[in-house]
Write a protein that binds this ligand. Structure first.
Ligand code: IPM
Ligand code: MN
Length: 352
């Protein structure tokens, strides 16, 4: 039987209870087919408070070279700040750049509302490039927006590969990649767009499409069914993925994969919601869908699909009362138990 070594970083706030939920669901999907050898790692604002670092170098090395993949909970607490004034506990900087996990893949999907696209966010440069290194004084600070040829080529290719693997936009079935930038204003974005056009010519089977970021924000709300895959710079991608989340029932439903050529980790797109910590009321769906993306990455497609089907049925199915329940009802533990039950009932280990 195959044995996968999976890192777990619970993070802060609701993170630990979300990771417990995801582990239960992963075990239900693995039952009898392969074993998941979970390895817990400390990371986040709590770790920073205790040790002065939000992730140890040893943990980063294990994530990079020992684990097949890592599942991370939300990390960061608003009051835990680094000397520059930014949040010290968020792990994005150390993990995304430390692992060179350059592709942030954010599916935005809800079967009940005809929305199904993937936002591909560049994860290692853009406006986040000078994270914690911007310059300034008491009057002004500046941060650099970095767009490189190599960084743009690889993220654009990733987006076109995603489009090849999918069925097209819900509105018209056309496979398209939409480049989102502000090339009408900033030269860095003009370079991003130019490189997008060059790479697009390698994929004649996929439509190349362009939007400025403000228009994209508008269209993600006004006509989301036109989108198939979007590719964009780090900061724009951060904002647009929250816009997209609002159209499918909220951030509690939206997962993210951070993928590099050598390592990958998976997380919910939302934050650590410290006010909800320990209340058994957080929505575990995004974390659980992130776990499904992790299985997909490991090549366990049937298990990933079993989790998504369970989510569709248990969490996203239309409620008879309202006609359109976008969010689940029930406590975190109840939802998790229902998902595990659905997986055990419908995904029997016949493949053995
Ligand atoms: C995300 C988050 C992070 C980001 C924060 C926590 C630094 O909002 O993953 O979208 O801005 O990238
Ligand atoms: Mn975000």
């Amino acid at each position: 039987m195959k044995d996968y070594v999976v890192g777990l970083i619970p993070g802060d706030g609701i993170g630990p209870e979300l990771i417990d939920a995801a582990v239960a669901v992963l075990n239900a999907a693995a039952a009898g087919r392969y074993t998941l050898d979970f390895r817990w790692e400390d990371g986040g604002a709590g770790t920073y408070r205790r040790t002065g670092r939000n992730l140890s170098a040893e943990a980063l090395t294990r994530i990079q070279s020992v684990y097949h993949a890592t599942l991370k909970g939300p990390a960061g607490l608003p009051e835990v700040r680094s000397p520059g004034g930014t949040e010290a506990g968020v792990l994005g900087g150390v993990l995304r750049r430390g692992l060179d996990a350059y592709a942030n893949i954010r599916p935005v999907r809800h079967p009940g509302v005809d929305i199904d696209y993937v936002l591909v966010r560049e994860n290692t440069e853009g406006l986040y490039a000078s994270r914690d290194a911007g310059v300034g004084n008491d009057w002004a600070h500046t941060d650099q927006l970095l767009v490189t040829r190599q960084g743009t080529e690889r993220i654009v290719r990733k987006a076109f590969e995603q489009a090849r693997a999918r069925g097209g936009a819900p509105a018209d079935g056309v496979r398209r990649v939409t480049c989102v930038d502000k090339s009408n204003v900033l030269r860095s974005y003009a370079l991003f767009r130019r490189i997008f056009t060059e790479i697009a010519s390698e994929y004649p089977d996929i439509e190349a499409d362009y939007l400025y970021a403000d228009a994209a924000a508008y269209q993600l709300i006004a006509c989301p069914a036109r989108f198939d895959v979007l590719v964009t710079e780090n900061f724009i991608g951060d904002i647009l993925s929250d816009v997209g989340a609002a159209t499918v029932g909220g951030l509690g439903l939206c997962p993210a994969a951070n993928i590099g050529d050598a390592a990958a980790y998976f997380e919910p797109a939302h934050g650590s919601a410290p006010a909800l910590a320990g209340t058994d009321s957080a929505n575990p769906t995004a974390q659980i869908l992130a776990a499904a993306m992790l299985l997909e990455f490991l090549g366990e497609h049937a298990g990933a699909q079993a989790i998504r089907t369970a989510v569709d049925t248990v969490v996203l199915s239309t409620s008879p009362e309202t006609g359109s329940a976008l969010s689940p009802t029930g406590s975190l533990r109840q939802i998790t138990a229902q998902l595990c039950e659905h997986i055990s009932d419908h995904y029997t280990p016949t493949a053995l």
